[in-house]
Design a protein around this ligand. Structure first.
Ligand code: ASP
Length: 328
C-alpha cells in the first residue's frame, strides 16, 4: 500500500502526523522535570553477595564520581576475582574449553556498549565501555571485539584457571549439560548505581552458562535483557538462565513497568510472573531480577530461593535476601 493511501485509510492527516513528535517531546520534557527524593542516594546495588564490588563502586560514588565509573570499577573487581567462576578470569569455559565473556554497560544519557563472545581479555566491561565511547556501534562480537580490545591497549590474558580447567575435564566425562540453579552464591554480576548528582548507570558481566555450546550468547550483554537504564525512570538487571530473560526482554520490561507506576519490587515480581506464564519448564531454572528507581528504591525477586543482592549506601554495606516465586 502506498504511504499516501495508508495515511488516508488510517484517517490521519499530514498535520496530525506532524503533531505526534511534538506531543512526544512535550511528554519527555515534563517527565525530565520530575524531581526525585535524594534521601536514598548515592547508592549502589549488585546481584549476589559481592561486597568487594559494591565497596569499590561506593568509593567512586562517595568521592562524587560518575555512576558510570562506579559500575565499571565495581564489576571489574569480580572480573579479576578467580574465585568467582561465573565472571571474567577464572570463569567456567564453554564445552570446548574456551572461556568466552559477555558484558555491557549503559549510562544516564542512554548510551550503551556491549561485547559478546570475547576471549582472552580480563575486563570485558571496559571493552564494552570503549565500544560505547569510541565507536559508532553498540555491540562488538568475538574476534572483532578482541582485535578492538588490543587496539585499545588491553592485554592478552589466559582466562582459564587450573580449577576451572580441571572441573571442565571432569564434566567432559559425562558431558551432561544441566545448568545448576544457584552456583555457590556467585553468578553474573549486574550492578546499578546512582551518583550524588542523581545520574544512574549500570553494568553487567558474565562468562555465561558453564559448558554452553560454542558461540552461545546469553542475556547479560544484550541491552534490554541483561541490563537496561533509563535516567527518567531507573534501571534493572538480571542473572540466571539467559534464554528465559532474552525471550521476555526482562530488564526493559521492568523499567517500562516502573515508568507506568510499578514500584521496583512490583516490577521485578511481574517480570518473574511473565517468565512463569511463558515457560512450562520454568521450575528447572533460576532467574533473579534486581531493579532501582530514581528515588533509590530497590526491588528484587527470583524464581527459586537462594538469590540475594549487595547494597552500599551511607548506612554501609548489606546483603539482602530476595523473596522468591517458588518456596524451594
Ligand atoms: N545470565 C547468564 C547467561 O545466561 C548466566 C547467569 O547469570 O547465570 O549467560
Amino acid at each position: 500500500m502506498k504511504r499516501r493511501n495508508f495515511i488516508q485509510k488510517a484517517g490521519l492527516s499530514a498535520a496530525s502526523l506532524a503533531a505526534t513528535p511534538l506531543l512526544a517531546n512535550d511528554r519527555v520534557e515534563k517527565k525530565s522535570q520530575k524531581t526525585f527524593s535524594t534521601k536514598n542516594i548515592p547508592i549502589v546495588i549488585c546481584t549476589w553477595n559481592c561486597p568487594n564490588a559494591t565497596a569499590k563502586a561506593w568509593e567512586v560514588l562517595e568521592a562524587d564520581g560518575l555512576a558510570l565509573d562506579a559500575v565499571e570499577q565495581g564489576v571489574m573487581m569480580e572480573e579479576s576475582d578467580i574465585k568467582n567462576q561465573s565472571v571474567g578470569k577464572g570463569g567456567r569455559p564453554d564445552r570446548e574449553g574456551n572461556v568466552t565473556l559477555d558484558a555491557c554497560i549503559m549510562d544516564h544519557t542512554g548510551n550503551a556498549g556491549s561485547v559478546v563472545y570475547l576471549q582472552n581479555i580480563e575486563h570485558p566491561v571496559s571493552v564494552a565501555r570503549k565500544v560505547m565511547e569510541d565507536t559508532p556501534h553498540v555491540i562488538l562480537a568475538g574476534k572483532g571485539a578482541e582485535q578492538f580490545a588490543y587496539e585499545k591497549g588491553f592485554k592478552k590474558v589466559d582466562l582459564l584457571t587450573e580449577k576451572s580447567k580441571n572441573e571442565w575435564i571432569e564434566w567432559k566425562k559425562e558431558s551432561k549439560y544441566k545448568p545448576i540453579i544457584n552456583i555457590e552464591n556467585h553468578d553474573t554480576i549486574g550492578m546499578l548505581a546512582i551518583d550524588k548528582q542523581g545520574r544512574i548507570s549500570g553494568a553487567c558481566t558474565t562468562s555465561g552458562m558453564a559448558y554452553k555450546m560454542a558461540g552461545r550468547v546469553g542475556d547479560s550483554p544484550i541491552i534490554g535483557s541483561g541490563l537496561f537504564i533509563d535516567d527518567e525512570v531507573g534501571g534493572a538487571t538480571a542473572t540466571g538462565m539467559g534464554e528465559l530473560v532474552l525471550k521476555t526482554v526482562g530488564s526493559f520490561l521492568i523499567v517500562e513497568l516502573m515508568r507506568q507506576g510499578y514500584s521496583p519490587q512490583e516490577a521485578c515480581e511481574e517480570a518473574i510472573r511473565r517468565i512463569v506464564a511463558k515457560n512450562t519448564n520454568y521450575k528447572d531454572f533460576q532467574i533473579g531480577y534486581l531493579a532501582i528507581n530514581k528515588a533509590g528504591e530497590v526491588g528484587c525477586y527470583c524464581l527459586h530461593q537462594g538469590f540475594s543482592y549487595s547494597k552500599y549506601t551511607k548506612e554501609g554495606q548489606v546483603e539482602i535476601k530476595s523473596d522468591s516465586y517458588l518456596n524451594s
